[in-house]
Structures are given as structure tokens and as C-alpha cells.
Design a protein around this ligand. Structure first.
Ligand code: PEP
Length: 264
């Protein structure tokens, strides 16, 4: 199955509007005239979405700029109203947002997002035709207690509850072992491949072999230019969700470059 790899930068709470402009100037100057056999996505903080949209969709924007997809790092599960600090999916649509990260482990751990909230957000995103990047992953304690498969199966089953086959085709799953996020510790390519193959098998059980074969599963957790090729060479790894190493244009570009031409 030929799945187009997807490399998404999750800037977290970094790079405000002026830093976003600097990043894009540099990134676009480096990518000029280069086409990658991959989808490139940037998820800035909410306050930088307008800057990203202005630059990537300005009338004179280059082909390379227009090809970059914009993602939000979160969305509300509600439509509108008294939800201080929240941003709705329809508001995101006004900024050319096409993807939304849902269920990142930081949202789960710091903001108490449960599988039920994540499920509601996935449904809300699909109502607005946004494509969820649905994050799952185990903690180190869960892995060491032999709970990896149970945790992943529960997160997938609960997070996707009620999601139709048609909507599933628009979802990307990001497998991010919590112990590898922002720690500098990457899963070995074998650990990552095993988890990805398991995720695909769970999705096959829920949606059938064809949907599972088409599903793109990103790996996330300390991906860097130096480990991207080896990780992306694994048969069930279809790109990466990148935090720290995507804050710098050259490093993000090298990950895309190295990961799109993986060593086999
Ligand atoms: C992330 O935030 O999703 C992530 C994988 O971060 P890092 O690449 O910094 O580990």
C-alpha cells in the first residue's frame, strides 16, 4: 500500500507571529524549487495561525508555500458559547486550517483530557471537515507493566467511538510513546514498528483491512534529522509528528528530506 508520508511540526507554546514569519522565510527559502514525496504540516500556537495563513495563502505565494498544510494544536468539543479560552472548529476554518492535533499526551496529562473528551473533539473536527491527527501512546510505567497493547487498544477504541468508515479515511493516527516526547529518548525503530503494526491491527479489527492499510500512522517522540530515515524505513511508519526538532527550519527540513528517502 502506497501511503504518502506526513511530517507535522507541533510547535507547542513556541513561535509567536513574528517568530513564525522568520521561520517561514527561512524554511521557504530552503525549499524553493524542491518537491517532497510527503505532506508537510505546521501546527503553530493559535495566535500564529493568521500569520501562517497570510504567508502561505498570499496571492504571490510559491507552490512550495501553498503545499504546506496548516494544523491547529487543539480544538474545542463545543460549537460556541461560554467556554473561556477555547477555540472552535469553525473559527479554525477561517485560517485555512485543515488538520487538528487531538489527544496529544500533554493535553491528556496536563489538561485532563479523557478518551471521551478526545472522542467528542474528533467528532466535532469531522463536522467541520478538519482532519484529526489523533495522538495515542503509553507512559513508561504502562510499558514496563506490560500494558502497552491494552493502553493503545483502549485509546483507539474509545477515541474513535462512533466514527464512521468515511470519517476514518480522513484521520491520521500519531503513535507517541509518552516517555519519548521531549526527552531525547527515541523508541528504537523495532519498538516503534511493533507498536505501529499493533495500532494498524486494532484499526483493521474496527474498520477492516482496507481502511487499516490506507491509514497513515505517524511516529512521534524525539524525532531528529539523525534518526528520521531509520524510523521512516519501517513498513508501518508513515511520517512523524515532531516537536522540538521542528522549531528550527533547517532541522525540520532535514527530517522531511531524510524521512522521505528512507534507508531500507
Ligand atoms: C510532540 O510534541 O508531539 C513531540 C513528539 O515532541 P518531541 O519531538 O519534542 O519529542
Amino acid at each position: 500500500m502506497n501511503r504518502k508520508p506526513i511530517f507535522a511540526a507541533n510547535w507547542k507554546m513556541n513561535l509567536g507571529p513574528s517568530a513564525t514569519e522568520d521561520f517561514l522565510k527561512s524554511f521557504l527559502s530552503k525549499t524553493q524549487g524542491q518537491a517532497f514525496p510527503a505532506e508537510i504540516v505546521i501546527a503553530p500556537p493559535f495566535v500564529s495561525l493568521a500569520k501562517l495563513a497570510d504567508i502561505l495563502h498570499s496571492p504571490g505565494a510559491s507552490k512550495e508555500a501553498q503545499a504546506i498544510q496548516i494544523a491547529a494544536q487543539n480544538c474545542s468539543q463545543f460549537d460556541s458559547g461560554a467556554y473561556t479560552g477555547e477555540v472552535s472548529v469553525l473559527m479554525l476554518r477561517e485560517f485555512f486550517v485543515h488538520y487538528v492535533i487531538i489527544g496529544h499526551s500533554e493535553r491528556r496529562a496536563i489538561y485532563g483530557e479523557t478518551d471521551a473528551i478526545i472522542n467528542a473533539k474528533i467528532h466535532k473536527a469531522r463536522e467541520a471537515n478538519l482532519k484529526p491527527i489523533f495522538c495515542i501512546g503509553e507512559t513508561l510505567a504502562q510499558r514496563e507493566a506490560g500494558q502497552l497493547e491494552t493502553v493503545l487498544r483502549t485509546q483507539i477504541t474509545e477515541g474513535l467511538k462512533g466514527v464512521s468508515d468515511k470519517d476514518m479515511a480522513e484521520i491520521v493516527i500519531a503513535y507517541e510513546p509518552v516517555w519519548a516526547i521531549g526527552t531525547g529518548v527515541t523508541a528504537t525503530s523495532q519498538q516503534a514498528q511493533d507498536a505501529h503494526a499493533f495500532v494498524r491491527s486494532v484499526v483493521a479489527g474496527l474498520y477492516g483491512a482496507d481502511s487499516a492499510a490506507k491509514l497513515r500512522i505517524q511516529y512521534g517522540g524525539s524525532v531528529k534529522p539523525g534518526n528520521a530515515a531509520e524510523l521512516m524505513a519501517c513498513p508501518d511508519i508513515d511520517g512523524a509528528l515532531i516537536g522540538g526538532a521542528a522549531l528550527e527550519p533547517q532541522s525540520f527540513l532535514e527530517i522531511i528530506r531524510n524521512g522521505s528517502n528512507p534507508v531500507s
